[in-house]
Write a protein that binds this ligand. Structure first.
Ligand code: PRX
Length: 646
């Protein structure tokens, strides 16, 4: 077990929660959660009307409800209420694709822009409860349009800018979005991304989409469909900067965000107003030990939950200065994050292990060039962080003076569940350490027995609800129950394996289902397999994860071709192209092996365990293969795996 690191002095000095406070507060949060969350709800949120009951949850019915009867406006909490005391404080610092391309919005500016945008949505017929799809690059309009939806009670569904037309279409259809917000193009390093063209293909022939609003990010011309498409900048000129907030019930939906699971199409994870806002703001304050004067930079994309919770809602609810970054960590070179940190005097920085590995590989000179003395807290999220990457972050970036917070959570959890608190919990590289207040993790074996005590490994579950938990799968409550509450009755099943060590620290081992975490992007193997078959050249495919130095997990695809045994370059290209078409470039396989058949049991089930081992290059002991219908296929796959291009 790796050594533990004490809390750096400068972190300790300012921390809200000091060593010794954690246990007491944690005990309080667990022994009387309603009292605990009720107290924080009074402290963090401005309510129009108080709740009747703090929580009303029953996992046997997949029922999760918090603060029922209460009323609030999320947008009011993120903007209006700050105007009096923080009107001139910077709310958003936007750093564009080119270094130094900066725009800042004070809380007053942001309030004005959100009101105008909200009026534009209303003018286009968007009403409370309507769904709005947002497919934008990391530009301020992305945060503005989300908050504008919240202001009028519309439900946003942000779609990551790397998804293909087919993926967008599926998401729009699933939640019948009435309006789509996009940009003519996006900019990513040296590339121009044709967002509007992609949206045109996605919505072609869709009856539900009435309007497409387009931002002008570049000067490129795009086709605008008469009667459907409108330029946002032109429309905003006529919009008033006053727009009242729609007052919502605490349990009304706030947004839908699609995420991949082990089966079927991505699920629309639904989060609601009150509990989500409370949970993200409380965790933002304590996990990042956020103070009023801090500059906070979460480098995630708002297309994923990390950006929703920790670029937009949590920080703005706390009146923070949040930095939005449009570019990539290696543009124009591997020093870009540190250039941004030093220019904007960032105190809290949050990124993913895959980004850390990608820049660490380029050498420490890219870090040493910059003055990083403003940094105090360094966060990581999205996948297990290997010890080397952790140490590099701690030593080279943090100069051993910053706290590392390895935060474990999921789209479904809304906010961080297992994490160090910077001033209270000594860290161990690779461990997400301890549960946040109100969170009761448990580890179960495959029969669902709870493994008590320390030094145990198994499946990670959570015993009781917390305010940020998802409420349902949009349009399919049964799927919500089946996916999370059916395996281990009375528990929320996370899909991750974990170990609790001798000190009660949690170590997340990764997914145990057919979900891959590729560069922190979550993808289902079934989705990728179906995209591969869509290429037309493949009869059957099985996708598994393989270790990858930068991405953490790479995609390994075993493909059985139609009518032939061996494939050529053209087949490879067709497969890759199909995946890009159906899902997007993030799902492109890193390794494709043509195989004569897949290892199946006599009942036709693919034995993925064997395929995972072969993909790892671990072919010595494949375990019991006697139940296979045709064991000889395994030897052929092993032989082929030795020569395949990785
Ligand atoms: O496997 C866990 C991994 O990411 C999964 C959730 O993915 P997603 O819903 O896309 O949300 C990612 C951002 C919150 C989890 O089931 N994961 C997330 N954070 C960590 C992690 N694995 C290990 N350590 C983490 N800190």
């Amino acid at each position: 077990m790796s050594k533990s690191y004490d809390i750096p002095e400068r972190v300790l000095e300012r921390a809200y929660i000091k060593p010794g406070d954690y246990n007491e507060l944690y005990e309080e949060s667990i022994s009387n959660p309603d009292k605990f969350w009720g107290r924080l709800a009074e402290e963090f949120i401005s309510w129009e009307q108080k709740w009747d009951k703090v929580s009303d949850c029953d996992y046997s019915k997949a029922q999760v409800r918090w603060f029922e009867g209460a009323k609030l406006s999320v947008c009011y909490n993120c903007l209006d209420r700050h105007l009096e005391t923080r009107g001139d404080k910077t709310a958003i610092i936007w750093e564009g694709n080119e270094p130094g391309e900066v725009k800042s919005y004070t809380y007053r500016d942001l309030h004005r822009e959100v009101c105008r945008f909200a009026n534009l949505l209303k003018a286009q017929g968007v009403k409370r409860g309507d769904r709005v799809a947002i497919y934008l690059p990391m530009i301020p309009e992305l945060a503005i349009s989300m908050l504008a939806c919240a202001r009028i009670g519309a439900i946003h569904s942000v779609i990551f800018g790397g998804f293909s037309a087919d993926s967008i279409r599926d998401r729009i259809l699933d939640s019948t979005c009435k309006l789509v917000i996009t940009a003519n193009q996006g900019l990513r390093a040296n590339k121009k991304i044709p967002l509007k063209d992609t949206v045109d293909r996605a919505v072609d022939g869709l009856d539900c989409v009435e309007k497409v609003l387009v931002c002008r990010r570049t000067d490129a011309d795009v086709t605008m469909k008469e009667g459907r498409d409108l330029w946002i900048e032109e429309q905003l000129q006529n919009m008033s900067a006053e727009c009242p907030c729609e007052i919502m019930d605490a349990e009304d939906p706030l947004f839908i965000l699609y995420t991949s699971g082990s089966t079927g199409k991505p699920k629309g994870v639904l989060h609601t107003q009150g509990g989500y806002l409370l949970y993200t703001s409380v965790t933002h304050k304590y996990v990042f030990d956020y103070h009023e004067e801090d500059v906070y930079f979460c480098a995630a994309d708002i297309g994923w939950i990390t950006g929703h919770s920790y670029i937009v809602y949590g920080p703005l609810c706390n009146g923070a200065t949040t930095l939005m970054f449009e570019s990539i960590p290696t543009y124009p070179d591997a020093g870009r994050y540190w250039d941004v940190v030093s220019r904007h005097k960032v105190n809290i920085f949050y990124t993913a292990p895959t980004a850390i590995r990608a820049i660490a590989k380029e050498g420490r000179e890219y870090v040493d060039k910059y003055d990083l003395s403003s940094l105090r807290i360094l966060g990581t999220v999205g996948e297990p962080i290997n010890e080397d990457a952790w140490l590099w972050y701690y030593e080279v970036v943090g100069k051993k003076q910053c706290a590392i917070v390895d935060t474990w959570w999921q789209t479904e959890t809304g906010g961080i569940l297992i994490t160090p608190l910077p001033g209270a919990i000594p860290t161990k590289p690779g461990s997400a350490t301890k549960p946040f207040f109100g969170i009761k993790p448990c580890i179960v074996d495959s029969d669902g027995n709870r493994l008590e005590g320390n030094n145990v490994s198994g499946y990670l579950c959570i015993e009781r609800s917390w305010p940020g938990q998802m409420r349902t799968v949009y349009g399919d409550h049964q799927r919500f129950f089946d996916t999370y509450f059916s395996q281990y009755p009375g528990l929320y099943f996370t899909g991750d394996a974990a170990m609790r060590d001798q000190d009660g620290y949690y170590w997340i081992r990764g997914r145990v289902d057919d979900v891959l975490n590729v560069s922190g992007h979550r993808l289902g193997t079934a989705e990728i397999e179906s995209a591969i078959v869509h290429s037309g050249v493949v009869a059957e495919a099985a996708v598994v994860g393989m270790p990858h130095d930068i991405k953490g997990t790479g995609i390994y695809a075993y493909c059985v071709l139609k009518n032939k045994d061996s494939g050529d370059e053209e087949d490879l290209q067709k497969i890759k192209e199909a995946v890009r078409e159906v899902i997007g470039p993030i799902a492109t396989p890193d390794c494709i092996q043509f195989v004569p058949g897949l290892p199946k049991t006599r009942s036709g089930k693919i034995m993925r365990r064997i395929l995972r081992k072969i993909a790892r290059g671990d072919t010595e002991d494949l375990g019991d293969t006697t139940t296979l219908a045709d064991p000889s296929v395994v030897d052929q796959i092993i032989a082929g795996s030795k020569t395949v291009k990785r």
